[in-house]
Structure formats: C-alpha cells, structure tokens
Design a protein around this ligand. Structure first.
Ligand SMILES: C[S@@+](CC[C@H](N)C(=O)[O-])C[C@H]1O[C@@H](n2cnc3c(N)ncnc32)[C@H](O)[C@@H]1O
Length: 337
C-alpha cells in the first residue's frame, strides 16, 4: 500500500469510483451547466469552422483547375505538351519524395519494434466515455502515431485491450491496418504476463515521481478522455494489479495553472521528446501549452477539456490532411501503374 495511506483511504477511493460507475448522473450544478453550454458553443463553432475550411479548400481547388485550363487554352500545341509533361514530372518528384520519406519512417518504426521504448496505451476504458470522448481519444491516438513516426528515435507503441467500439473507430482511420504498432486485443496485464515487474502505469495520482525513462520498463498510459471525471481510476487499477506507478516530474520543472493531469497525446509527446532530448524541462516546455503553465501572461485557469483545443484541432487537421494526401497518392499510383 502507498506510504501515508490507510486502508480506510483506499476503501474510500474504491467506493467513490464504484459509486461514480453505478449512480445515475446527478442534476448539473450551475458551474457544470455553464461548462456544458460553453462546450456546446464550442462544438457549433468547430463545425462552422470545419465547413468553412472545406468550402475554402474546394474553392481553392476550383481556382487552380480553372487557372490550369486557362493556361492550356492560351498555349500552343507544343507548349501544351511541355506544360503537361512538366506537371507530370513535378507530381512524380513529389510522390517519390513522399514515398522515400514514408519508407524511412517505416524503417524507423520497424527498428523501434526491436529496440524502442515500449509505450502502451491502455484502451480498456471505452465503456466509461461518451461517443464524443471516444472520438477524441481516437483522434489523439492518430496524432500520437503521426508524431511518433516523425521522431528520429520513435517509441514502440502498443494499443492494448483494443476491442468493441474503440477497435471499430480505430479501424475506420485511413491506413490504420498498415500502422506499425502492436494492436493487441488482450489487456496489457495478459499480454505482458511474464513481464509484470517491468510494467509502470503512468498516472498523475502516483506518489512516485518518474526520474528517467528506463528502456527495460514498459510505460502504460490510460486511454481516457474524461475531463478527470474518473479521478484516481488508473491509480486504483494499477494498485489492484500490483504494478508500479509513476507520475511525470512536472512539479520539479514548472508550475501549472491547474491540475497536472494531461491528455494522452500530451503524455506520449512528452515521452517522445524526452527520448530525443533526455531533458524533462525541454520536453514539458515543448508540449505543455503556455496557458496551462503559470509563468505566461495568458495565465488562465483551464482544464483538460478546453486546454489547447485550437492547437489540438489544428494538429489533428494537419494529420488528416497528410493522411488524405497519402490516400490520394496511393490511388494515383494505382491508376498510373
Ligand atoms: C486524461 S488522463 C486520464 C485521467 C484519469 N482520470 C486517470 O485516472 O488516469 C490520460 C492518461 O494520461 C496519463 N497522465 C496524465 N497526466 C499525467 C501525469 N501528470 N503523470 C503521469 N501520467 C499522466 C495517465 O496515464 C492518464 O491515465
């Protein structure tokens, strides 16, 4: 049992978690209603922004097509052939470059399978999330995979306990079947049953502070988007399973304006940055948005559900665009071959 904690404390957490799981939702407080309204407004704005971007993209495509057609119309037959030929070359160059980058990325990820730091995303919590939270988690996982692929020394990612709706949503992601990650239906505790002593559950509620990343250890991150509704859940799970726990050493390097509970993608990114730099401070400052830290002018109280949303949305859009491009290019390659 954790130092300083009595059996009664432990039981209280257990009872609290069980009650959270069983009780029907109580009526919302004024604060919660405000939060909900803010969230709903945010969703509306987000949908409008998405539609606007789609429209802009469509118009830009049309403008480019028109420009190209005009260029061709005013050209002589010989110039036309040249224009078409140079456009083909440019496309091929771009495609070769992309496929070269992709090949290198695949190689890095395959090497990580052998020598990389093992990082598990524990996906056994899908029943505790709403569908929009589940969707958000899937987006975060997609983001983690993309960031990992760009790292010079990536980690080896595991998705464990991957079943049901979670699995269905992941499988809908473009290219998911080709991802170089370990897709494991079993819970991590079964998948790593012979290596239990190497498992370390990362949780903000741990008394132990992570000092360095040990390559022999397998770090687990709770696959949860819960706005910290399920307080202490991963800590309790790890304790019940008798595995080690640790929290990130955030407090040693910076002051947070609110809780130290980070999102899944932030934790993965911090670990990746640490693997690259060996420096926690650099890693925290690179990943934790300024508004969540205490030393900026934008020192606003924010929590997990609103923090850095615009940045996050933008990052996700970038990845979606990248995936879309990859998709279009492989279609083009199929057509041209
Ligand atoms: C959004 S949090 C989920 C919080 C959840 N209530 C819980 O009990 O863990 C997602 C996951 O990121 C990891 N995490 C978040 N902040 C952390 C911190 N400060 N130190 C270590 N791990 C952290 C944990 O694995 C956590 O389960």
């Amino acid at each position: 049992m954790e130092e300083g904690k009595t059996m009664a404390d432990e039981e209280e957490v257990v009872v609290e978690v069980e009650q959270q799981q069983q009780q029907p939702c109580p009526p919302l407080s004024k604060n919660a209603q405000k939060k909900l309204l803010k969230q709903q407004r945010y969703e509306v704005k987000k949908a409008e922004k998405k539609a606007l971007l789609k429209e802009q993209k469509k118009r830009e495509g049309e403008r480019k097509r028109k420009e190209w057609e005009e260029k061709l119309a005013s050209a002589t037959e010989e110039e036309k052939q040249q224009l078409i030929e140079s456009r083909k070359c440019l496309r091929k160059e771009r495609m070769d470059q992309r496929s070269d980058e992709k090949g290198k990325k695949m190689q890095r990820l395959t090497n990580a399978k052998e020598n990389g730091q093992n990082v598990v995303i524990d996906l056994e919590f899908d029943h505790l999330m709403s569908s929009s939270e589940l969707h958000s988690l899937v987006q975060q996982i997609m983001y983690c995979y993309a960031v990992n692929g760009r790292c010079s020394s990536p980690a080896h990612l595991w998705l464990t306990g991957c079943q049901g709706e979670m699995q269905a949503q992941l499988q809908r992601l473009p290219g998911f079947d080709k991802w170089v990650v370990e897709k494991e239906n079993r819970p991590y505790i079964e998948a790593f049953q012979d290596q239990k002593e190497r498992l370390v559950y990362l949780t903000a509620d741990s008394e132990t502070t992570l000092d360095v990343l040990d390559p022999k250890h397998i770090y687990i991150i709770g696959g949860l988007v819960d706005r910290n509704r399920w307080k202490g859940l991963t800590m309790k799970k790890a304790e019940d399973q008798g595995i080690q726990t640790a929290k990130l050493p955030i407090g040693t390097y910076l002051k947070m304006s609110s809780s130290q509970v980070l999102t899944v993608n932030q934790v993965v990114e911090i670990l990746l940055k640490y693997l690259e730099t060996g420096d926690w401070k650099t890693s925290f400052f690179a990943v934790i948005p300024q508004r969540k830290r205490c030393e900026g002018d934008n020192d606003i109280e924010q929590d997990e559900d609103t923090e850095g949303k615009d940045d996050h949305e933008k990052k996700i859009r970038d990845i979606e665009l990248e995936e879309e491009k990859d998709d279009q290019e492989s279609k083009r390659q199929c057509i041209e071959s």
